[in-house]
Design a protein around this ligand. Sequence first.
Ligand SMILES: Nc1ncnc2c1ncn2[C@@H]1O[C@H](COP(=O)(O)OP(=O)(O)OP(=O)(O)O)[C@@H](O)[C@H]1O
Ligand SMILES: [Mg+2]
Length: 452
Amino acid sequence: MVDTKKLAVVLVVDDEPAVLETFESILEGKFTVLTARGGVEALERVTKESINLVFLDITMPDMDGIRVLRKIKEYDENLAVIMATATDSARKAVEAMQLGACNYITKPFDAREVLAAAEKALAQEKLRKEVIYLRSQKEEIKFDNIIGKSKKIREIYKIIEKVAENDATVLISGESGTGKELIARAIHFNSTRREKPFIPINCASIPENLLESELFGHEKGAFTDAINQKLGMFELADEGTLFLDEISGLRFDVQSNLLRALEEKEVRRLGGTKLIKVDVRILSATNVDLKQAVQEGKFRQDLYYRLNVVPIYLAPLRERKEDIPVLVDHFLKRYNQVFRKKIEGLTQEALECLMSYEWPGNIRELKNVIERLAALKDDGIITHKDLPFDIFVNSSLAKNFKAEGGLKEAGKDFEKKYIEAVLERVGGNKTKAAKILGIHRNALFNKMKSWA
Ligand SMILES: Nc1ncnc2c1ncn2[C@@H]1O[C@H](COP(=O)(O)OP(=O)(O)OP(=O)(O)O)[C@@H](O)[C@H]1O
Ligand SMILES: [Mg+2]
């Protein structure tokens, strides 16, 4: 199979041309090899080019290898450096390791040893990136099943299958809670990048002045608070997927930088000079109409086209009501497990209430409702009386509701639900609730006593 992935870039630093040649012949084909004839040239390359690993000779006439190492680490503490030493300079090798070199090899060089050291160092570099990435994840990576059987969701399954196979840029739009992030995760975890990071970044919730350094990273001293060098999300997501959530929240100038990064497949850390190659798949999401934002001049048109190569639109739940029963089943199963309950299901009436409700918060709201029902009930069947007041009164059932005991009972039932809803809203404070209800506190107490 032809490996089309880009090769890692290895810089070999030695004052002897013959040594450089030996390294080149060993590393060629597996890595992109750059060379430097001394410390000064090495530092110049490190600061200008995107390098993954350095083989550094310890004894060089123009600048001692240890000094070069210090400078490299000052510039980029994450860059992997392997020292190349003569057998008699073991003491220096130890010093180098303490300064942050990741390994050392001794002359004369054995091809197998050189390759193994390079591969190990690069694997460690990757691992380190992954650790940084995992720490940055608030939530563990998960792949929730996407539930639904409506025509609309079945069409989405098809698109996911298709785009998971390639690297197409996808823009997912839909109201809040419709499952945009779930879809983005599904695309990533079904793609060839699944073993690599999936990094979500919420463009609307990160303070504007920080967003750029979150995305692209920064060098030490790039601005007042930049005490250390920081890798950006693009670098951390290398070979994986970057999920740009609420993309409309991007400031205009950051939009330009993002477009450049997408087109050139390169990023520059803030305050940095060199361009760093990145191989990142971009998925983005929006709950506002991005096209309209373009028309209003709030979003760059060129960036919009770049992101919207494959559009996925998630319809609100109220437009795919056939999904409600399967979603309810799914969430009920899950929360029965979570809370160790044995709830069997919902009555037909209760389900009708859920089906006729408008679900402004979409699937997230439905999920929360089921979670709450499961938390409150132990077993048996959920009836319409168990449902939150808002859902009950907004449903068609309430409009056609016929209480068993006639109007009087219905009135009582309604009153109870209403009072409960008010109480909930004021956190159980009866004085406040009574005020809102327009009755005396004692009257509220009496009513509550009558339910017991
Ligand atoms: N089809 C589905 N099947 C199962 N669970 C779903 C489905 N769609 C959404 N969910 C669940 O609903 C919740 C909300 O989904 P998600 O966070 O993906 O929505 P979103 O569109 O990103 O919302 P927002 O715009 O508010 O960020 C999540 O817990 C998700 O797992
Ligand atoms: Mg989301």
